[in-house]
Design a protein around this ligand. Structure first.
Ligand SMILES: C[S@@+](CC[C@H](N)C(=O)[O-])C[C@H]1O[C@@H](n2cnc3c(N)ncnc32)[C@H](O)[C@@H]1O
Length: 230
C-alpha cells in the first residue's frame, strides 16, 4: 500500500492513486457526505462551457470530474498520470478520450484549449507553480481556468470542527470504506498544509493568469478559483 508524503514525490502520488482507483469515487461520496456532487455542479457552472469548446480536465482521475463538461457538449480531454485511475475511468466511461500526462509537462501544444479545469488534484501535484504555468501555456488567449480544491473554512468555529473531522473522524471512516486508508491520512495532512484562498489566488497571478477571483463552497471547505489568460 502506498501513501504519499507531503513532499509529493510523483511516483508515490501516482502509486497511491493506482491503489485507491477501484473504490475512489465511492469513497469520495461517503467521506464528503455527498457534497462532491454539489461541488462538481458548481465547477460546471463556473466554467460555463459552450458546446464544441475544447476543455482540458487535468488530474481527472477516473474521469468523473469530466462528465459534466461532456454532458454540456464540450470536447473534454481528461488527463492524469495515474494509469490505475485512467484504466478504471476507461471501464466506466469508454467514450472519454482519457489521456496520460503529467501536469508539470503537459503533452499538448500551446493554446489548444478554450478552458482548463482541475478538481481536487492541484494539491497533489509536486510543483504547483509549474502546473499553473503549464495550464496557462495550453490555454488560448482569452481562455479560462477553474480550480476546484479543498481550502480553509472562513469561520473560526467551523474551521475548528472541520479540522477535528479531518484529523480524527476521517481516518477511521476511510478504514471502513477505502482500499488504502493510509491515503486518507495523506488527504487530511495535505489539506491542512495547502495555501488558503488569497495565497492560491496570488500563485495564479504570479503564474501569469489575470482577473483572478474565488468563491467559497460549503463555508470554504472547498474554494473555486477562476482566472483568464491575458
Ligand atoms: C483526488 S484525484 C481527483 C480526480 C478527479 N479530478 C475528481 O475530481 O474526482 C487527484 C488526481 O490527480 C492526479 N495527479 C496528481 N498529480 C498529478 C500530476 N503531476 N499530473 C497528472 N495528474 C496528477 C492523481 O493521479 C489523481 O488521479
Amino acid at each position: 500500500m502506498t501513501r504519499a508524503s507531503l513532499d509529493k514525490q510523483p511516483h508515490e502520488v501516482a502509486a497511491m492513486f493506482d491503489d485507491v482507483a477501484a473504490k475512489y469515487d465511492l469513497t469520495n461520496d461517503v467521506l464528503s457526505l455527498g457534497q462532491t456532487r454539489l461541488w462538481r455542479k458548481a465547477v460546471a457552472q463556473s466554467l460555463a462551457v459552450s458546446p464544441g469548446e475544447r476543455v482540458l480536465d487535468l488530474g481527472a482521475g477516473t474521469g468523473t470530474s469530466s462528465l459534466p463538461f461532456a454532458a454540456a457538449g464540450a470536447r473534454v480531454v481528461p488527463c492524469d498520470f495515474s494509469l490505475g485511475m485512467l484504466r478504471e475511468g476507461k471501464k466506466r466511461s469508454p467514450f472519454l478520450p482519457l489521456t496520460a500526462g503529467d501536469a508539470t509537462r503537459l503533452p499538448f501544444a500551446d493554446g489548444v484549449f478554450d478552458a482548463v479545469t482541475i478538481s481536487f488534484a492541484l494539491r497533489n501535484v509536486h510543483d504547483t507553480d509549474a502546473a499553473l504555468r503549464e495550464m496557462l501555456r495550453v490555454t488560448r488567449p482569452g481562455g479560462r481556468v477553474v480550480i476546484c480544491e479543498f481550502s480553509h473554512p472562513t469561520l473560526k468555529a467551523f474551521r475548528t470542527v472541520y479540522t477535528e473531522y479531518l484529523m480524527r473522524a476521517l481516518p477511521p471512516v476511510a478504514t471502513a470504506v477505502s482500499s488504502n486508508p493510509d491515503a486518507y491520512v495523506y488527504l487530511a495532512e495535505s489539506i491542512r498544509a495547502w495555501p488558503d484562498q488569497p495565497a492560491l489566488a496570488a500563485r495564479l497571478q504570479q503564474a501569469g493568469w489575470s482577473k483572478v477571483a474565488w468563491r467559497n463552497l460549503t463555508g470554504g471547505i472547498v474554494a473555486l478559483h477562476r482566472a483568464t489568460k491575458p
